[in-house]
Design a protein around this ligand. Structure first.
Ligand SMILES: [Zn+2]
Length: 79
């Protein structure tokens, strides 16, 4: 059940760190870290206390934003 490559679709890089019950590569791990940081310190604290299973929906939410962020001309969505 161990992921050998990044859980992000299209990414063939070897895993670096866990993200929920999955694993992601270093580049995506840093992107995930940045994404969580952008959500504020409260999210950071909350995340630290979450189980791997509880983190999965967050990871999924972040994974959905990746394609948007990769498009250089797409305007950042305001939330
Ligand atoms: Zn990756």
């Amino acid at each position: 059940m161990h992921d050998l490559t990044c859980m992000i679709k299209g990414c063939q890089t070897r895993v670096y760190a866990p993200a929920g019950t999955h694993s992601i590569c270093r580049e995506h791990f840093l992107a995930y870290l940045t994404w969580r940081r952008r959500k504020g310190p409260q999210m950071f604290m909350k995340y630290a206390g979450m189980t791997m299973e509880e983190r999965d929906p967050l990871v999924a939410e972040w994974a959905n934003t990746i394609r948007i962020e990769e498009a250089p001309t797409a305007p950042a969505p305001k939330s």
